[in-house]
Design a protein around this ligand. Structure first.
Ligand code: NAP
Length: 251
């Protein structure tokens, strides 16, 4: 299926990397389903920008950890949009900066539910629509991992790092599982990117304060990550699957 005819679902697309990905993908011909949890106005603004580029867009409220809501979101995409041809598993959360001995266990469940369960569930529902084994016409999945998966994020958020390590393993396995069914699966490991996510870890200025430990001496932008994601979705990456692609300024 050509991109121009198909739909891309971007989870967590109301701001940050997800919003930048939705807009760049629309420029490259994708119709876009803009998922979000709480900020309907921001999601609607992203969808309006997609439509202004001449593409179709819907906003779809769903917590990716809520299976009922996610199933309803996919049903809406089926009913209101061209067939699904791509998924970006972008929705993700961090917890407050802490050592493991300072953390409440409840946060681990929430992190696993959103970052891991949500990605597995969306990938399953997407592949059931895209896999040639299930009558689909193929597609591409890009998962958002993190450099935290390799660095471990000690005294910061080892729990978050562990969820992203799971995403790396999942990407490799699913890529091999689906390689003969027309679906490529890849991941991006962003380094420190200048978005709002750092507010949730109690370090809203992290993009500035951490710049010195990045070889390029600056944080990345959401747009720089989006360019890598959209390339992996495109036919230009037709022989690339199971790859985990660092976008981290050399870190
Ligand atoms: P962000 O600015 O905090 O944006 C998060 C987006 O996800 C928002 O659109 C938010 O929607 C949505 N969201 C949050 N929880 C959700 C849920 N349970 N279900 C559905 N949507 C949800 O994040 P970001 O910095 O762009 O990060 C995007 C991805 O890149 C994440 O997976 C993150 O782990 C990864 N990453 C980021 C960095 C970085 O430095 N920024 C580095 C490495 C990896 P609402 O606005 O409606 O709440």
């Amino acid at each position: 299926m050509t991109q121009a005819a198909s739909t891309l679902l971007v989870t967590g697309a109301s701001r940050g990397i997800g919003a930048a990905t939705a807009l760049l993908a629309a420029q490259r011909g994708w119709n876009v389903a803009v998922n979000y949890t709480s900020n309907a106005a921001a999601a609607e603004d992203v969808a309006a920008q997609v439509r202004a580029l001449g593409r179709l867009a819907i906003t779809a409220q769903a917590d990716v950890a809520d299976e009922t809501a996610v199933r309803a979101m996919f049903a809406r995409i089926d009913a209101e949009m061209p067939p699904l041809g791509g998924l970006v598993n972008n929705a993700g959360i961090v917890g407050m900066k802490a050592r493991l001995d300072e953390m409440e266990s409840a946060r681990w469940r929430r992190l696993l539910d959103v970052n891991v369960f949500g990605s597995l569930l969306c990938a399953q529902l997407a592949l059931l629509r895209m896999s040639t084994r299930h009558g689909g016409q193929g597609g591409a999945i890009v998962n958002l991992s993190s450099m935290a998966a390799t660095l471990g994020s000690p005294a910061m958020y080892v729990d978050y790092a562990a969820t992203k390590g799971a995403i790396d393993s999942f990407t490799i396995g699913l890529a091999r599982e689906l390689a003969g069914e027309g679906i490529r699966v890849n991941a991006i490991r962003p380094g420190i990117i200048d978005t709002d996510i750092h507010t949730a870890s109690g370090e809203p200025d992290r993009a500035q304060t951490a710049a010195g430990m990045i070889p390029m001496k600056r944080a990345g932008t959401a747009s720089e990550v989006a360019h890598a994601i959209v390339w992996l979705l495109s036919d230009e990456a037709s022989y690339t699957t199971g790859t985990i692609f660092d976008v981290s300024g050399g870190r």
